[in-house]
Design a protein around this ligand. Structure first.
Ligand code: NAD
Length: 269
């Protein structure tokens, strides 16, 4: 049976993971390839990227990997050229890169604010800047941006720059969706809840014993109405739907993938 993304070319940013295990971008790159896409995977971390490439190739699917910093406009312009040279077109732009800070306005150092906003939001403006002309020429394309439930709900931890960046992604996506609707390009956003990836597990390691980490992980599972943290492939499957022609009448939309977390007005933690 043909996959949802058969014949399509998909760029996935942040296609590695920031530690051992599966990240959202890594799962998306692997899943898009399983659904038939030829994947152009990029990440700033060569080793993390190599792992994703190896998995995709081992499964007999097609991937080209590129080491690239999504805050570097010139590098992104080269990456887009390289992708078009390799595969002839760009059907899907999946903007996954995001970094986390855990400070409020007074403690947060200004350079960290800039780094988070540049990495999480400016990067999406830049990838769109370089990819949209290709999609416009094709008369077709789909953009999937990864935000977070932190865009719409407080979660009890100060993370000013992260929360602000994730909220900005919603309006960035709507603005592009409207400007490009008549040009055949759709843009949508996914808001993941608590997903069991290195992004949220690695920061625990320097500060907690393995027993404490297990307790924190159990609490995280317990606070979700469905009773568990999400799996990165559950983000990938939602994103693949939005990237595919099955979502042909969906643009400017926000898809919350959070096991019911944001529906719960009385938090369980
Ligand atoms: N894990 C969660 O609970 C959760 C919840 C909501 C939203 N998200 C979002 O999902 C996305 C991915 O999260 P994850 O948990 O898979 O993270 P992750 O840290 O495991 O993976 C992110 C990848 O992005 C790469 N990266 C970082 N900076 C980069 C840059 N400047 N240029 C290129 N690549 C860069 C990293 O090397 C890493 O491989 C992020 O946008 C995050 O905010 C995650």
């Amino acid at each position: 049976m043909a996959g949802r993304l058969e014949g399509k070319v998909a760029i996935v940013t942040g296609a590695g993971a920031s530690g051992p295990g599966m990240g959202n971008g890594k799962a998306c790159a692997i899943h898009y390839a399983r659904e038939g896409a030829r994947v152009y995977a990029l990440d700033i971390n060569r080793a993390a990227l190599a792992d994703t490439e190896a998995i995709i190739k081992r499964e007999g699917n097609t991937v080209v990997g590129a080491v690239c910093d999504v805050t570097n406009s010139e590098a992104l312009a080269r990456m887009v050229q390289d992708c078009v040279q390799a595969f002839g077109r760009i059907d899907v732009l999946h903007n996954n890169v995001g970094i986390l800070d855990l400070d409020g306005p007074v403690a947060l150092p200004e350079p960290i604010w800039d780094r988070v906003i540049d990495t999480n939001v400016k990067s999406m403006y830049l990838t769109c800047k370089h990819v949209l002309p290709v999609m416009e020429r094709q008369g077709k394309g789909a953009i999937v941006n990864i935000s977070s439930v932190a865009a719409i709900r407080a979660w009890g931890t100060p993370a000013l720059a992260y929360n602000t960046s994730k909220a900005a992604i919603l309006q960035l996506t709507r603005s592009i969706a409207l400007e490009y609707a008549r040009k055949g390009v759709r843009a949508n956003v996914v808001l993941p809840g608590v997903i069991d990836t290195p992004l949220i597990n690695e920061p625990l390691k320097p500060h907690h014993t393995p027993e404490e980490i297990e307790r924190i992980r159990a609490e995280r599972h317990n606070m979700i109405p469905l009773g568990r943290m999400g799996d990165p492939f559950e983000i990938a499957k939602a994103a693949a739907f939005l990237a595919s022609d099955d979502a042909s009448y969906i643009t400017g939309a926000e898809l919350i993938v959070d096991g019911g977390l944001t529906s719960n007005c009385i938090p369980t933690w």
